[in-house]
Design a protein around this ligand. Structure first.
Ligand SMILES: Cc1cc2nc3c(=O)[nH]c(=O)nc-3n(C[C@H](O)[C@H](O)[C@H](O)COP(=O)(O)OP(=O)(O)OC[C@H]3O[C@@H](n4cnc5c(N)ncnc54)[C@H](O)[C@@H]3O)c2cc1C
Length: 563
């Protein structure tokens, strides 16, 4: 196998020499370094590399090439090399200039570049290398060649093989899938020499599992399923952004903290391929990566986790709140934070729901895991909110054509202005307004959809995949009645409850407290939530502060009673 290519193109001779020196010095053992002085030479070389079947990991281009923005050249790279990362080289002096900032923002919005980096100014230039390493890590994740990749081999893309991909996705573990009778599948099967029934899951450690249960897979992936203890200060239900944030703050402030999730980490955020509006990540961060980092942070502070455990009941026993679990005996906490988010609404078309259950071309939520498999296909996204816009942009990098199907009469009705602009600027995205999916189906995999324009006739179209992003609903039916909810099922907290006749205490509820004293609700599950990662994270941290206030008021109350 030839080494993947790192290609740099810059018209500034000195800069090109410096870049070449830095790249050869650090990366030559693992990558082939190609440095060229003009865009036509670089285009020709990229074509030759593609024809030879070689891989390009990273392309760096000067901010101006032959009088045109370097981003235009970079925007063409993915046509031949769909996984290549693309970095725009700028001078240190340009950093902070508003025109450069605007050009970078526009080029990122049009998905021409992944990010920018500053030309090296001395050797070694660690800032330059940090940027290059980040690009290479992103490439390794996209190509599924990172060191921790798990391989799944199955007889078909659907059924149990799909469920296993979902579980690994929810554990934020990079994984690949291949069919047993593909060249890659045959090679992997020969290597492991395992003849047990498919699907097989091969871990980087060399461990091979034949059709493992979700819990076995989670444990093998390093995710605990047993709460390892029964009594905690704080039990958090849900490991999405709100729950993970509460875990970081709770554990770091000395509370014995347990987080329980019916899946793995990340919640809805794990479906987002690129979160660009979360503070501190100017190049954006995938929901998976954000969740991984937060999980690690909480774990290092001492939080304990139990994955693949559904919380099925909540009840009070004296000073403690008892939390019932699906597969283990109940645990208890002095306080509980509900961070249980919401799940996607169903389309309600039987044939399509059947395909969705098998993961056979109909998917609820974002295309973070499935997008690379959509190369050269016609795919559809249903929904008119930001998540639908993001999904379409991500898919457009791979698919031949992406169609957004939306009931409203304009995208602006539900999508942020910046996303509408991006969607409109990408040539292989079509928007069908005032249109609904009314039917569809396929034998093994989605093959066709029936669309109907409001007031018009139906139309059948070829479709390889359908991504449904049609809003979320809360799963709160299992909660006790004293946890008051609005008519849609979202949990009421704080002042909303102060006048509720059912509130049992003299003190007013704390701001994120539910109708059951000592139980708090944060993030998307809360009535009136902002449906943003940052808001969920903020509420998770605030709730921990309120838990401290609660404990202080309880201590004061019991001191007063014993005086
Ligand atoms: C595709 C997509 C893209 C998005 N992009 C962005 C973006 O770019 N920027 C942004 O700010 N926001 C974005 N959002 C919204 C953002 O992801 C949510 O606002 C955020 O995830 C809410 O966090 P949460 O922790 O409240 O809930 P969730 O993320 O929904 O997490 C809830 C967790 O609770 C668990 N759970 C539920 N019930 C139980 C139970 N009974 N027992 C145990 N566990 C349970 C679930 O398994 C889940 O892991 C996006 C959402 C989607 C779907």
């Amino acid at each position: 196998m030839s080494r993947p290519v790192l290609l740099a193109v810059d018209e500034n001779e000195k800069s090109l020499r410096d870049i070449e020196g830095e790249l050869r010095d650090r990366y030559e053992r693992s990558y082939r370094i190609v440095c060229l002085g003009s865009a036509p030479e670089a285009e020709a070389e990229l074509a030759r590399i593609a024809d030879a079947g070689e891989e390009v990991a990273l392309v760096l281009a000067g901010d101006s090439l032959a009088g045109a923005p370097g981003s235009e050249f970079l925007g063409r790279v993915r046509k031949r090399h769909p996984h290549a990362q693309r970095g725009l080289l700028i001078d240190y002096e340009s950093w902070g200039a508003s025109s450069i900032g605007e050009a970078i923002f526009a080029a990122m919005a049009l998905r021409q570049i992944d990010y920018y980096l500053i030309r090296p100014v001395r050797s070694p230039d660690e800032l330059f290398h940090q940027a290059v390493s980040t690009f290479l890590l992103e490439w390794a994740h996209a190509k599924r060649v990172s060191a921790h990749t798990v391989h799944i081999i199955g007889e078909s893309w659907t059924g149990r093989a799909y469920e296993l991909r979902e579980v690994l996705g929810r554990c934020a573990l990079p994984h690949t899938f291949c069919l047993a009778d593909s060249p890659e599948g045959r090679k992997l099967l020969d290597e492991v020499g395992d003849e047990r029934p498919l699907p097989l899951v091969i871990f980087p450690t060399g461990d091979v599992f034949a059709n493992p249960t979700n819990a076995e897979l989670t444990i093998a992936a390093g995710g605990p399923v047993d709460p390892e203890g029964r009594d905690f200060d704080l039990v958090i239900v849900g490991a999405g952004p709100a729950g993970l944030s509460a875990a970081v703050y709770g554990a770091s402030e000395g509370l014995r903290t347990l987080v329980v999730d019916e899946g793995g980490i990340g919640g809805q955020a794990a479906l987002s391929s690129l979160i660009r509006n979360y503070l501190g990540f100017p190049r954006g961060i995938s929901g998976h990566r954000l969740a991984e980092e937060a999980y690690e942070q909480a774990w290092v502070f001492g939080a304990r986790f139990a994955f693949m455990q559904k919380v099925t009941s909540l009840s009070r026993d004296g000073e403690r709140i008892v939390v019932g679990l699906s597969d283990f005996p109940a645990v208890s906490g002095r306080a509980v934070i509900l961070a249980i988010g919401a799940s996607y609404r169903q389309l309600g078309i039987e044939d399509l729901e059947a395909l969705a259950l098998r993961g056979a071309g109909v998917f609820y939520g974002g295309p973070a895991t499935e997008a690379p498999a959509m190369a050269d296909r016609d795919v559809f996204v249903v929904g008119g909110a930001n998540s639908a816009g993001q999904a379409a942009l991500h898919l457009a990098e791979y698919a031949r054509q992406v169609t957004i199907v939306v009931r409203a009469d304009s995208l602006a009705a539900g999508m942020s202005h910046y996303l509408v602009q991006q969607v409109e600027a990408v040539p292989n995205i079509e928007v069908r307004l005032q249109t609904e999916v009314v039917g569809g189906g396929g034998e093994e995999w989605l093959e066709r959809l029936q669309l109907r324009e409001h007031g018009g006739a139906g139309e059948e179209v070829d479709a390889h995949a359908l991504f449904l992003m049609i809003g979320a609903r809360p799963n709160t039916d299992w909660l006790p009645g004293e946890i008051l909810r609005d008519e849609r099922g979202f949990i009421r907290t704080g002042v909303e409850l102060a006048d509720a006749p059912a509130w049992p205490l003299e003190r007013n509820p704390f701001s994120l407290e539910t109708g059951m004293p000592g139980v708090f609700a944060v993030g998307d599950i809360r009535e009136g939530s902002m449906n943003r990662v940052a808001a969920a994270v903020g509420e998770g941290s605030i709730a921990v502060r309120l838990v401290h206030d609660l404990f202080t008021s309880e201590r004061a109350g019991s001191a007063a009673r014993s005086a």
